[in-house]
Ligand binder design. Structure first.
Ligand SMILES: Cc1ncc(COP(=O)(O)O)c(C=O)c1O
Length: 371
């Protein structure tokens, strides 16, 4: 198999990303505002023995894998089927490397995280898109996905909670898709990187809940979003048995082992529920405050993740010109919707987890322009 690196696409997180100033209010980057408590980091640094900072097992520290398995104990994920990677994105990359096959088809969301399309092009697979639209609150529907399946379908990619729309797939739709796939020879890659950041009454149910899918399921997850640890580059993924040996070698051959210090930090805090809970509470509070105070906001109410996905006013030529206008006039950076697919070219993505006064500065100006 020869993949084509010329087909890779650059992730365009902002029209103005390389022009950001120190004073710019950056609501563009997909980085949650919250951080791991500093005392945890200081304690770790104090305790860690310098001469013991070294490589680890290529696919990560076993005890950390066991703790992941414990955290998600209702899913029955054996620690032996988990690999730790530098960020969740490596898990996505490995999915395309392991499953990618020229002449086969992959089904991905449009609107969606740009890496999916880029890697699909890289592998030479034919891309089929299921559309996410505002009429349906940007939620994926099983019937739309199933209608795209053919004999050539190798895998389907779901991302819920969703970047950039912050929608969450409904339980019933998950069940319908899982039941359909039960007897099919098709893999499901479920990118659940925002899994803890849920504001619905019920918690997010991972596709891991369907035990009968475990032989064809890859779960992508990590700590960048859920724990506010983007800079620590820590992700994990769950894989069926048949891939584990090759993945161990893939880890060894690409990054040797994940960063040991980052793994040690996660090992310490992964089961600390209060830390994550307090962040989710704060995020939900901000979301509720925003939607109560600014009733004319042209956005669905996020059910998870950290983004407002807003329609741009009619008098702007494009999402890019709208972002450019906000940057030049207000020194605020946001992301054009078309970075996530052409159909999103009348939208922008705004990170609402950032300092509330800054988010409000954006919203007030957005509403003034819209009035
Ligand atoms: C949907 C989605 N998946 C995966 C990732 C990758 O996360 P990480 O920073 O852990 O590599 C991101 C990051 O923006 C994302 O939005």
């Amino acid at each position: 198999m020869s993949f084509n690196f010329k087909k890779l696409l650059g992730e365009q997180t902002s029209t103005i990303s390389n022009r950001l100033k120190k004073t710019t209010i950056n609501l563009g980057v997909g980085d949650p505002e919250f951080r791991v408590p500093k005392k945890e980091i200081i304690n770790l640094v104090k305790k860690i023995e310098n001469k013991k900072i070294s490589y680890t097992n290529p696919s990560g520290i076993i005890n950390l894998k066991k703790k992941i398995s414990k955290k998600y104990n209702n899913l029955n994920l054996s620690f032996k089927n988990i690999i730790i990677t530098p960020g969740g994105k490596t898990g996505i990359f490995f999915s395309f490397l392991m499953l990618g096959e020229k002449g086969k088809e992959v089904i991905i969301p449009d609107i969606g995280f740009p890496t999916y399309l880029s890697l699909a092009r890289y592998t030479g697979m034919k891309v089929k898109n299921y559309k996410l639209n505002e009429k349906n609150f940007f939620k994926p529907l099983a019937k739309d996905i199933i209608s795209l399946i053919s004999k050539k379908t190798k895998f389907i990619l779901i991302n819920s909670p969703h970047n950039p729309t912050s929608s969450v797939m409904d339980d019933l739709e998950m069940k319908k898709l899982a039941m359909y796939l039960k007897n099919k020879n098709i893999y499901l890659v479920s990118d659940e990187i925002y899994s803890d950041l849920i504001f619905k009454e019920k918690k997010y149910k991972s596709f891991g809940q369907f035990k009968f899918l475990h032989k064809k399921l890859i779960i992508i997850n990590g700590w960048s979003k859920n724990y506010g640890m983007t800079g620590w580059r820590m992700g994990w993924s769950y894989w069926p048995n048949k891939f584990i040996k090759s993945l161990e070698l893939m880890c060894l051959n690409s990054f040797t082992s994940p960063n040991m210090v980052s793994q040690k930090l996660v090992e310490k805090i992964i089961l600390n529920k209060t830390y994550v809970k307090s962040h989710i509470k704060q995020l939900k509070k901000n979301r509720d405050y925003i939607f109560k105070k600014y009733k004319n906001l042209n956005s669905i109410i996020p059910e998870g993740a950290i983004y407002l996905f807003l329609k741009i006013p009619k008098n702007f030529k494009s999402d890019h010109s709208f972002c450019e206008f906000f940057f030049k006039k207000f020194n605020i950076a946001i992301v054009p919707g078309s970075s996530f697919g052409k159909t999103a070219n009348r939208y922008v993505r705004v990170n609402f987890s950032k300092k509330l006064s800054n988010v409000e500065k954006f919203i007030k100006n957005y509403l003034k322009i819209n009035a």
